[in-house]
Design a protein around this ligand. Structure first.
Ligand code: NAD
Length: 490
């Protein structure tokens, strides 16, 4: 059911006010579960972005003029307001994404924790002091805001993605313009409303609804946006990096993954199966950290595969709390996955389970993909290289640890990776040699905790890390300060 507080058309938040797109254009947001229209959404364009950036630029100096401690207090207040309205946030996240309310509550809790952690950074916005070769000269390094931050996000975990960027951008003294994900517009709108309620000054946080090329691209190209932080596909990330490079803007890219999970011959197989199910299929596989390549030692391959397939067939799909996974976010994404699986099948892949769209009264109108396990694919086949961002995983058979590690690293991506083993030497060697931003032993391939940096190597990013304290590097510039004092004291 549609929460009553949602407007029929989801507007922008610019300068603390709710505004339609200047063109008056709208697009439709449909439910991934039922396919019916939920609401219309302001389809913003270049003039809306220009207005939002202008207002953010105007609001930023006063925000930056507050002490970081005061900014932290206001952001803590926002985190508290989010806590007060956490069930409303979760209801909107569930409605827009099709995930269960319970999963949306867990995601909301992570977003609140992110806010609380970053608010505390207001008391720790450290620079450093340094020595000087010159007598009576004091050298230090202080953090400065960049100015206006342009934040562009994906819809997969919408409230966490917003919190992940907005809180560090604001604590550093920037004003922000968020380009909401077109598949999760109301989550961003509600966040804007709660920020207003928490007392953020108008213009410090602006939220613009719209499609990527119409609303996202002008934000990236805008000369007054000093830092662009993007969470989304590698394909779009590459375009953003190219455009931002023209004006040498700072860019942080959190991109895709094709994450390996290795199961060794000495693994606790039951736990490895549990973790594989979660890592491959939770949130319908729409996680940059999803385990989409499961690499299994020969000695346990058959046993592991049979258990995994059996458990996968029992997974329940739907939007309710008892369900294991929901639909994927839109029909275009679903069709893209179906055709990728079909291409793999034509090239000789074996689809062990899934591979189809779910029909029937419970699922037929939604965008449900049956959880899919594929084998007999080569590491350089398209399906092994391409991120599908859905409930699809491939199995690979290897002889030993070296072959497993080599296959895990043989990928254009390097976001997260995991190994299941009881051997400490193997585990340590894996964490040392795996080419990934996150290495996990005896767990799933997963994202970050609020105080830990996340990000990838190779095509998974451009080397920045968010969140954790490392996010402060993205959203602040360093200024070296030298003070010469007189040695003569009067
Ligand atoms: P996407 O790249 O299609 O879109 C992401 C955002 O970019 C959307 O808001 C979209 O409107 C905007 N956009 C699209 N074209 C644009 C352009 N030309 N200029 C500016 N903005 C533009 O990604 P998606 O399909 O929505 O999300 C899935 C992707 O996000 C996957 O690749 C996934 O791995 C990635 N992701 C990465 C992380 C991470 O932290 N590394 C986290 C979540 C999702």
């Amino acid at each position: 059911m549609l929460p009553q507080f949602l407007p029929n058309t989801i507007p922008n938040w610019i300068g603390g006010a709710q505004v339609e797109a200047q063109s008056g254009e709208v697009f439709q947001k449909v439910s991934p579960h039922s396919g019916v229209q939920l609401y219309r959404v302001a389809s913003s364009g270049i003039s809306d972005i220009q207005r939002a950036v202008q207002i953010a630029t105007h609001a930023q100096p006063d925000w930056a003029g507050m002490t970081p401690v005061r900014r932290g207090e206001l952001l803590l207040n926002l985190a508290q307001v989010m806590r007060d309205y956490r069930d409303d946030i979760a209801a909107v996240v569930a409605l827009e994404t099709g995930m269960s309310f319970c999963a949306a509550q867990a995601e909301t809790a992570v977003a609140i924790a992110q806010g609380e952690f970053m608010a505390g950074e207001g008391r720790r916005l450290y620079g450093r002091t340094a020595t000087s070769a010159t007598p009576h000269k004091y050298a230090s390094l202080v953090r400065q805001p960049v100015g206006v931050a342009g934040l562009i996000i994906a819809a997969n975990t919408p409230i966490a993605n917003i919190a992940w960027k907005v809180f560090p951008a604001l604590i550093c003294g920037n004003a922000a313009v968020v380009k909401a994900a077109e598949d999760a517009p109301a989550t961003a709108w509600l966040f804007g409303r709660l920020a207003r309620q928490a007392g953020l000054a108008p213009g410090v946080l602006n939220i613009v609804q719209g499609l990527g090329e119409q609303a996202g691209a002008p934000l990236v190209a805008h000369p007054d946006v000093g830092v662009v932080s993007f969470t989304g596909s590698t394909e779009v990330g590459r375009v953003i990096a190219t455009v931002a490079a023209q004006r040498l803007a700072k860019v942080s890219l959190e991109l895709g993954g094709k994450n390996p999970l290795i199961v060794c011959d000495d693994a606790d197989l039951e736990k490895a199966v549990d973790w594989s199910l979660l890592a491959a299929f939770s949130n319908a596989g729409q996680r940059c950290a999803a385990a989409s390549r499961i690499i299994v030692f020969d000695a346990v391959y058959g046993q592991f595969r049979d258990q995994l397939v059996e458990r996968t067939r029992k997974l329940r799909l739907g939007p309710e709390d008892g369900d294991d996974l929901g639909p994927v976010i839109n029909e275009r994404q679903l069709n893209h996955m179906l055709s990728a699986v079909e291409d793999a099948r034509k090239k000789g892949a074996a689809i062990l389970t899934g591979g189809t769209r779910l029909g029937g009264a419970a699922h037929g109108k939604g965008f449900y993909m049956a959880p899919t396990i594929i084998e007999q694919v080569a590491p350089r086949d398209a399906i092994s290289l391409q991120e599908l961002f859905g409930p699809i995983t491939c199995l690979y058979r290897v002889k030993n640890f070296d072959q497993a590690l080599c296959m895990a690293n043989d990928s254009p991506y390097g976001l997260t990776a995991s190994i299941h083993t009881r051997n400490i030497d193997r585990a340590m060697e894996f964490t040392r040699r795996i080419q990934a931003g996150v290495a996990v032993v005896n767990g799933g391939t997963h994202g970050s905790e609020p105080h830990m940096p996340f990000g990838g190597t190779k095509m998974s990013g451009n080397g920045t890390r968010e969140p954790g304290r490392e996010a402060l590097e993205v959203y602040s510039d360093l200024k070296a300060v030298y003070i010469n004092v007189s040695a003569e004291i009067h």
